[in-house]
Design a binder for this molecule. Structure first.
Ligand code: ASP
Length: 419
């Protein structure tokens, strides 16, 4: 590569991702408008604009299962969870995530953001056909073979397997430590390195997102004009409203379930929330969240570390809310009806998908494919959401971090620590 090109490449890379996406959208809208008059003459060229986006979505789908598997195994092997607090932590996490999903589905059902604009369904789209069959679900939990969930992208089977192996590896590690053996360290290192490798590949894919956005926005504008974006505007408003309701729920829980006052909580945690918004990564924010809980809010170290360090691996309420709303939104955009049982499947898979989402930018998009597949929604429509995800990701990450902080406060209880 010549010096000039490599310098250009470096400077593009140094533009923040959000800005890269905004630039891509501006260029894409101009190209799409230029091409819109020629849709009839040049259908192939216009359709091929979606190729980068399709490739990126395929890569994300392929990475989703190893990412979930490794994230769960990694957390089990490396996190420090004392027994009783572990159970309380699990109950809090499940309750908060379920509330988040119900808030998301409630807002999406009431506002119906997908009906504000319309989109032509792709030829292959069929009405979602899966209904809730509890017995079928139970029978499905156990996979036919160990590798099948990885191949089929079946998130429930995958989490089942990951939890089984996670629990066993954790127990083996404890046993070996008590016997002064170190064999477990080898597998711990392998899992840590593989986890980091998958995350690095994910970063490569994320670096290509502006290209995908460019292609898909240009194609959509060329073929369908601006109607789909009108629907997306409604979607953004709905997601923001649902996230605000979730934030109010956290404040109420903090007020009634801990000694911390909501105003003190917001003031002490503001730096962590702003960092979450600006990095779009709850993992990157973790040290700041921990420090805020400990120093600024004044929690005990055990509660701060359980909520902010351990819980943050599993706790992604903002992501869960977003994934459930996205599924409903796309169904509405396509004019497909998701029945109540189907929405319950969305609730279940969103819980698992949010547990599996890593705390890095755009991770929610990866596991979203699993939620869509669970109710038979066409995953290619996730491409539409890519265009607004850079912004919504930041907002849901702040809620993910606020959720970790809330859990820490609740674990700290109603009695303030004695200095
Ligand atoms: N960016 C989010 C986080 O770091 C995950 C997501 O994409 O939803 O918490």
């Amino acid at each position: 590569m010549s010096k000039v090109t490599s310098k250009k490449y470096r400077s593009w890379k140094h533009i923040p991702l959000a800005l890269q996406i905004v630039i891509s959208i501006v260029f894409a809208v101009s190209l799409g408008t230029l091409l819109s008059g020629q849709a009839a003459n040049n259908p192939d060229l216009i359709n091929h604009l979606a190729t980068p986006c399709n490739l990126i979505l395929k890569a994300l789908r392929a990475l989703a299962t190893p990412l979930i598997m490794l994230a769960v195994l990694h957390s089990f092997l490396t996190a420090d969870i004392p027994g009783k607090s572990g159970r309380r932590l699990a109950t809090l996490l499940i309750t908060n995530t379920t509330v988040a999903i119900f808030i998301g589905l409630f807002v999406a059902n009431v506002l119906k953001p997908g009906s504000w604009g319309s989109l032509a369904a792709p030829l292959s789209t069929e009405a979602p056909s899966k209904t809730l069959d509890p017995w079928g679900l139970i029978q499905e939990i156990v996979p036919d073979s160990i590798l099948k969930p990885l191949v089929d992208n079946n998130v429930i089977q995958l989490i089942f397997m990951a939890l089984a192996f996670g629990v066993v590896l954790r127990a083996l590690k404890a046993q070996q430590i008590s016997e002064d053996k170190t064999d477990y360290q080898a597998i711990e290192r392998v899992i840590t390195i593989l986890f980091e490798a998958v995350i690095r590949i994910l970063h490569w894919i994320i670096a290509l997102v502006p290209l995908a956005v460019f292609g898909i926005v240009a194609k959509t504008v060329a073929l369908q004009g601006f109607a789909p974006f009108k629907a997306l505007g409604a979607f953004i408003v709905s997601v923001l409203l649902a996230l605000c309701l979730q934030a109010c729920y956290y404040l109420l829980r903090v007020k009634f379930g801990s000694w911390v006052k909501p105003t003190h909580f917001l003031r002490g945690g503001s730096e962590a929330l702003l960092t979450a918004f600006s990095t779009a990564s709850s993992t990157a924010t973790t040290p700041i969240t921990f420090e805020a809980l400990l120093e600024k809010i004044g929690l005990r170290e055990s509660s701060a570390s359980l909520g902010a360090l351990v819980g943050s691996n599993f706790n992604n309420d903002g992501t869960a809310l977003y994934e459930a709303m996205s599924a409903l939104f796309i169904a509405q955009v396509l004019g497909l009806h998701l029945s109540l049982p189907q929405q319950l499947i969305v609730v279940l898979t969103s819980i698992f998908a949010s547990v599996g989402a890593a705390g890095i930018p755009e991770a929610g998009l990866v596991t979203m494919t699993l939620v869509f597949t669970s109710v038979g929604l066409p995953t290619q429509y996730i491409a539409l959401l890519v265009t607004v995800d850079w912004f919504l990701d930041r907002c849901r990450t702040a809620i993910n971090v606020m959720g970790d902080m809330t859990v820490s406060c609740l674990l700290d209880g109603k009695q303030r620590r004695v200095e």
